[in-house]
Design a protein around this ligand. Sequence first.
Ligand code: SAM
Length: 235
Amino acid sequence: MHKKNEPKAPDILPVPRTKEEAKRSYDRLSRYYDYLTWVYERKYTETALGRLAVSEGETVLEIGFGTGHCLKRIAESVGPKGTAYGIDISTGMMEISKERLEKAGLENRVKLFCGDAANLPFDESMFDAVFMSFTLELFDTPEIPKVLEQIKRALKPEGRLVVVSMSKENGKSIFLRFYEWFHNKWPKYVDCRPIYVERSLREAGYTVKSKERVKLFRLPGEIVVAVNPISGKMV
Ligand SMILES: C[S@@+](CC[C@H](N)C(=O)[O-])C[C@H]1O[C@@H](n2cnc3c(N)ncnc32)[C@H](O)[C@@H]1O
């Protein structure tokens, strides 16, 4: 399902870090994470949450919820009749999110799981919507289609998936190449790397509804809204 003129072999950098190393790194980062990232990522996570358009009573999953800012917003939007689920590999992140949700009095409508999103512990067709913010780009290239397949299985037919991520589109940007040099040199520390978001979703069988290109400082990003097509109906 490649579009004409798209390079066939994606030139996405590998992620050599193990899951255990990822967990340890985010456990260590959890107390400082908001100071390091929230200011410049907030604008885009807010836009992406708007695109997710969560309604009252829905069941919504966030993958890689980090310090829980978006999960709190999702829990507010689903209201008392809905449920927000979150899965994150880091126990440190889970503790911070728990504190945030308890402080907001929202803990009763949120279910938190600690684990690897490459193996989602959820039933088939369980979610109205799934949200991923700066997390899909942490999975190694062969794992991305597997994660997207797992999400598709857990989504209801016509359920929404919104992904905000660093993007490999506009791969000629000098800033992107500079960033990728850092990722190559210190992949355990500069862990996110740009990926093709829209293309990955299309290849995984989603129907892409919209794509926005954004700038994270000078680095390209994508916000993609997709839906899980009703079985057999590909668009
Ligand atoms: C870059 S942070 C983004 C956090 C949050 N979504 C945000 O936008 O602020 C990535 C998050 O994904 C989690 N994560 C990394 N690898 C994961 C995996 N394999 N399964 C589940 N969560 C993972 C990390 O612990 C971290 O909380």
